[in-house]
Write a protein that binds this ligand. Structure first.
Ligand SMILES: Cc1ncc(COP(=O)(O)O)c(C=O)c1O
Length: 395
């Protein structure tokens, strides 16, 4: 690969890459919580590739596993067993509800799989509709867009894929009213991410489980953003003592390698028999080797404990800022999935923070979203809090 300057790279990007994104900085290197731009400036990364590099950038254990597997076997297709896929499925099952796993490449693809599962299961009783939540986000494919409660993402892509209905998040009575004779499943993020870092209330999630039991519906959790340790448990729903019938995951599963999955309870082991679903790149030896290293690191490096501890530390720091700045309306989230709702647009704060060496992101117009690496250290949180303090005082 040729070594090009940043302007040269930007010119190529402008000419040859579809402009669906609007990046304005090139990142060239990462090490745990830090990334470097093309000019050599260092930033504390509280975006983590949108909760993908949860163990930090180039975590040694994951890097070593990828390097080893890349030199052994990268891809063979699912026409064959491989050595890593069943082991990763067992790790996912061990860290969740002991189910059966299908591997794919992204969050949207994992949710597509859940949707297909629900339709096939529902077809036995003539039901097909999936009840989703307002302000939810489930991906950018046509079916997952139709399941997404944030209407702005659907503009210009009509007609919507049929078979989806909506009810307000955290409003059990409204969900109950929205169930019809066609409803097969309820799909929900235990903590809404793109919607503004909003945790489900315990009454809501347990109420949904009861409702699904009562009406013979599937309860499906989208843990693409809130799963994989982000909230301090392996999966966010574990805080609630409620189990889903099926769950999607992706993002941090491969710590940066494209890897997604959905898991079904064992009682649905035969719901998708051979030939009903497939993905060429799903569960390659390489991606699954990365996933195995992720679980190994989570267990052996006591990552979940760090999430609880650092999450509490960060919250304390943010509460101190809230006492100082009236533009902070609310601090919410769980573990290291943190949203700070402002009374003003978050855009200027993000750019002031970046100028001072902190990368974070938004969730909607007014919410500062922070997704630090789960391996973050107390000094790094202190640095982030100082940057936010300075950035807020400068606005
Ligand atoms: C909750 C949730 N579901 C699904 C997706 C889609 O994942 P992907 O972009 O990997 O398709 C996202 C992405 O942000 C997400 O946050």
């Amino acid at each position: 690969m040729e070594k090009l300057t940043e302007p040269q790279l930007m010119e190529l990007q402008e000419q040859y890459v579809l402009a669906t994104y609007a990046p304005d900085m090139t990142l060239v290197r990462g090490a745990m919580s830090w990334v470097w731009d093309a000019a050599g400036r260092r930033y504390l990364d509280f975006c983590t590739g949108i909760s993908v590099c949860n163990l930090g950038h180039c975590h040694p254990r994951v890097t070593e596993a990828i390097q080893r597997q890349a030199a052994t076997l990268v891809h063979v297709s699912n026409l064959f067993f491989n050595e890593t896929q069943p082991q990763l499925a067992a790790q996912i099952a061990k860290h969740s509800f002991g189910g059966r796993v299908f591997f794919c490449n992204s969050g949207a693809e994992a949710n597509e799989g859940l949707i297909k599962f629900a339709r096939r299961w529902g077809s036995e009783t003539g039901r097909h509709e999936i009840l989703c939540m307002e302000e939810s986000f489930h991906g950018r494919t046509l079916a997952t867009l139709a399941a997404t409660g944030r209407g702005k993402y659907r503009v210009g892509f009509a007609p919507d894929t049929p078979g989806f209905a909506f009810a307000p998040f955290n409003d059990l009575a409204a969900v109950r009213d929205a169930v019809t004779e066609s409803t097969a499943a309820i799909l929900v993020e235990p903590v809404q991410g793109e919607g503004g870092i909003i945790p489900a209330t315990p009454e809501f999630l347990t109420g949904l489980r009861d409702l699904c039991n009562e009406r013979d519906l599937l309860l499906l959790f989208d843990e693409v953003q809130c799963g994989m340790g982000r909230t301090g448990r392996s999966f966010a729903h574990q805080h609630y003592g409620v189990e889903p019938d099926g769950m999607s995951m992706a993002k941090a599963l491969g710590n940066g390698l494209p890897l997604g999955a959905f898991e079904l309870q064992q009682k649905y082991a035969d719901a998708l028999p051979p030939g009903t679903h497939a993905s060429t790149f799903g569960g390659t030896p390489l991606a699954c080797a990365a996933g195995l290293a992720v679980f190994e690191a989570m267990d052996e490096e006591n990552v979940l404990h760090n999430v609880e501890k650092m999450g509490a530390h960060f919250r304390e720091k943010l509460c101190a800022l809230k006492a100082k700045y009236s533009c902070i309306k609310e601090i919410r989230g769980r573990g290291l999935m943190i949203g700070v709702e402002l009374t003003t647009p978050v855009k200027d704060l993000l750019s002031a923070a970046r100028d001072k060496g902190l990368i974070a992101l938004s969730a909607g117009e007014n919410v500062l979203r922070m997704l630090p690496p789960l391996t973050v250290q107390a000094e790094e949180i202190d640095f982030a809090a100082d940057v936010l303090d300075e950035a807020m005082s400068s606005l």
